[in-house]
Design a protein around this ligand. Sequence first.
Ligand code: BV8
Length: 226
Amino acid sequence: MVLTGAGISAESGVPTFRDADGLWEGYHVEDVATPEAYDRDPATVLKFYDERRASLAGVVPNPAHEALARLEAAVGEELLVVTQNIDDLHERGGLQRVVHMHGELLKAWCTSCDQRHPWTGTLVDRPACPGCGSTALRPDVVWFGEIPYEMDRIIDALTDAEIFVSIGTSGAVYPAAGFVQHARRHGARATELNLEPSEGSFFFHDSRHGKAGELVPAWVDELLGS
Ligand code: BV8
């Protein structure tokens, strides 16, 4: 099982969260990534996600995304990629199966009828839900204090994993940051591929530091060669 974070998309030009000294494209996380912020000031939150959704058009997958797709082509369903990222670069890099535990920028969730819709436009102008017509569309993204998606499926994969690899994540956000401990408790070999030691480096058997665009293809070559 592979867990990815913002660091795998950094070389594609997608800003990470914590490399920007806590400010996230000029915003404080608690002002744009919590349900309370959305209740308090929906326009600011919707604009923040509209800007990030629009910027996806200007970025492309990098060799790290493509290497994971190559690995999947070789091993099929032996690989499960769980990502904390809400961009679509894994899919555009060729990966067929991705679990977006924190949701997706390119989806809108209607809190009136609960339907989810592919969404590439803006939400700040409160467009009508294609399903029920209400103007209750929000980004289909998991905010702080909300429960990540597909946790049962993720825990099953962690329990069965022989190899757990964490790529480009600071290990600062739970429950993702705790996955390595669960995998190790169930006998997995844990490897970290990150620009620098993460907050959870201690839990990994093997921690390699460098750019994902270089480390991930090399790791996939090594794995497929073995
Ligand atoms: C939950 C979507 C209950 C939005 C995100 C106190 C203690 C412990 C936990 C908590 C606490 N108080 C509250 C909590 C829980 C909270 C939490 O963990 N808070 C933290 C801040 C303490 N978590 C939650 O609220 C979660 N929900 O707990 O629900 C529950 C749980 C389980 C079961 C039942 C109930 C929900 C959290 C989800 C929040 N949403 N994103 C959006 O994207 O707008 S989080 C956001 O930050 C990202 O999605 C990502 O997941 C997260 C961490 O970011 P990273 O991906 O790691 O990115 P970061 O910038 O931090 O690091 C990048 C790394 O890449 C760096 O290490 C860097 O060195 C490296 N890098 C950079 N360039 C490169 C590179 N590596 C390789 N190559 C490069 N080129």
